[in-house]
Design a protein around this ligand. Structure first.
Ligand code: MG
Length: 164
């Protein structure tokens, strides 16, 4: 139970940003969902910034470092990696340390694509991997700065975890 005085609860925060790719063949993957008609994101893995932000929130909450430490982008093992697999690995690391995820919440800031029509799919994919509710919402940057110019997108996430 959240707030159980006998247990331990912690919160973690994650942030990730990726630039849109010039490669027309690179797919956009966000929250494990593929979006058509929008450029993909530059990245060593599949560039799934939503999955990366949630992964960092979880690792941070547990004091297990961050995604860059766990899956170095200098390591070819993670080239083109499915970021949901990286997220699953992080959840497994938390479980080994005795942590259970209570929930996570992710905000995607992007001019495109529109998140709302795919929100349920993203939430289902992320929640399935995490084993707890993961909520997602999309916001626009209102034409401000690099995000507002559509040069890339950014994701922020928070996660709550508990240990008996
Ligand atoms: Mg990333």
């Amino acid at each position: 139970m959240v707030g159980d005085m006998n247990g331990e609860t912690r919160v973690g925060h994650g942030f990730d940003t990726h630039r849109f790719s010039d490669d027309p063949d690179r797919p956009l993957i966000l929250g494990g969902v593929r979006f058509e008609g929008v450029p993909g994101l530059v990245g060593h893995s599949d560039g799934d910034a939503a999955a990366h932000a949630v992964t960092d929130a979880l690792l941070s909450a547990a004091g297990l470092g961050d995604i860059g430490v766990m899956f170095p982008d200098t390591d070819d093992a993670w080239a083109g990696a499915d970021s949901l697999q990286l997220l699953a690995d992080a959840v497994a690391r938390l479980a080994e340390a005795g942590w259970r995820v209570v929930n996570a919440d992710c905000t995607v800031v992007a001019e495109a694509p529109r998140i709302a029509p795919r929100r349920d799919e993203m939430e289902a994919r992320l929640s399935g991997v995490v084993g707890a509710p993961v909520t997602v919402k999309g916001k626009r940057a209102e034409a401000l700065g690099a995000l507002g110019r559509g040069e890339g997108l950014a994701c922020w996430a928070v996660a709550l975890i508990e240990r008996p």
